[in-house]
Design a protein around this ligand. Structure first.
Ligand code: DAH
Length: 340
């Protein structure tokens, strides 16, 4: 029986040495040491041995079991270590490989100009306010002194959703909305950037574009305040040595109204291609808020006055960055956008 035991042990050790997986090792364990395993079976024959043989066989049996157990444990430890090493090798980082490059985005020139305008006006104490892009005829036109058959509506042909709702053609409706919200309180000092829409499409007009509206109302506001503020804005946006010029103009919601020019920042006013040899570049429309506009939104024109202005964002961006076709701003061509 001891011989048989020795043979089984040898056989088991050989199988363990040849095993290739932990599953295989577990099968070997069951085959030899399990309840119905070979070694277990042979141990049952101990009962038939003589009393001298029993301790010898018992000792041999224990030795065999221990030897097989140890071999199994060693094999499993070894396999686990190998598996870990293989996994680490597969996952390891080759620090000499070139790194992954990240594509950084950058701010769109329109966003940059809007941010800059917000900064400039916030530093002068203005509050940033926004309004809806789908607007009612009332706020877009009526409340701005542009009643139904007003000829100036023709300059702002829009996209109508219903006869009474449209995509706003300018940010001026935010003036009326703000005044209503402030319920006659002064001072009002807001800057309102946003997207606007018109039925226009060529190298200098886009059906979707952006404006920033400004509105200031207080008890003693004069056109001098408007001019001073515009000069500060022009110098911060286009350089410390800019001058401004106000030309008489017409807007239904302001009286008097003025177009505002800045001295050309390329030639300094001498005349060049950018300013078409005039020395001046038009940048925005403005004026003193029309008494009827104040009245319609709950302010008493006998007690308060205000000024307003509307800045075309694309125009500023095109001037500032030397862009000559407005459509480049909306094509999302990476080669163009990467330059900013
Ligand atoms: N809303 C005008 C437009 O889109 C721009 C404008 C002009 C706004 C004069 C104003 C203003 O607030 O006072 O053409």
């Amino acid at each position: 029986m001891i011989n048989k035991l020795n043979e089984l042990e040898k056989e088991a050790l050989a199988k363990i040495a040849a095993a290739e997986s932990i599953n295989e090792i577990n099968d070997i364990r069951i085959y030899y040491l399990g309840k119905k395993g070979e070694i277990t079976n042979i141990s049952k024959g101990m009962a038939s041995l003589s009393s001298e043989e029993k301790p010898l066989f018992g000792q041999a049996l224990n030795q065999a079991k221990v030897a097989i157990e140890e071999a199994i444990n060693a094999a499993i430890t070894n396999m686990e270590a190998q598996a870990l090493a293989a996994k680490l090798a597969a996952d390891s980082i080759d620090v000499t490989l070139p790194g992954k490059s990240f594509a950084y985005g950058s701010k769109h020139p329109i966003t940059r100009v809007i941010d800059e305008i917000k900064e400039i006006f916030m530093s002068m104490g203005y509050e940033v306010v926004e309004g809806p892009q789908i607007e009612t005829d009332y706020y877009n036109f009526e409340a701005l002194n542009l009643p139904k058959e007003h000829p100036a509506r023709d300059m702002q042909d829009s996209f109508y959703i219903t006869p009474e709702t449209l995509l706003r053609t300018h940010t001026s409706p935010v003036q009326a909305r703000t005044m209503e919200q402030k319920k006659g309180a002064v001072p009002v000092k807001v800057i309102c950037p946003g997207t606007v829409y018109r039925r226009d499409d060529d190298a200098t007009h886009s059906p979707e574009f952006h404006q920033a509206e400004g509105l200031v109302i207080d008890e003693n506001i004069t056109m001098a305040d408007l001019k001073g503020m515009l000069l500060t804005f022009a110098r911060q946006m286009f350089g410390a040595d800019r001058e401004i010029r106000l030309r008489p103009s017409y807007f239904p919601f302001t009286e008097p109204s003025a177009e505002v020019d800045i001295s050309c920042f390329v030639c300094g006013g001498k005349g060049c291609k950018l300013c078409k040899d005039t020395g001046w570049i038009e940048i925005l429309g403005s004026g003193m808020v029309h008494p009827r506009v104040l009245e319609m939104s709950g302010y008493d024109p006998e007690k308060v006055r205000g000024f307003a202005f509307g800045i075309g964002i694309e125009r500023i961006a095109m001037l500032k960055y030397g862009i000559n076709d407005i459509r480049a701003l909306f094509e999302n061509d990476e080669r163009f956008l990467k330059q900013f």
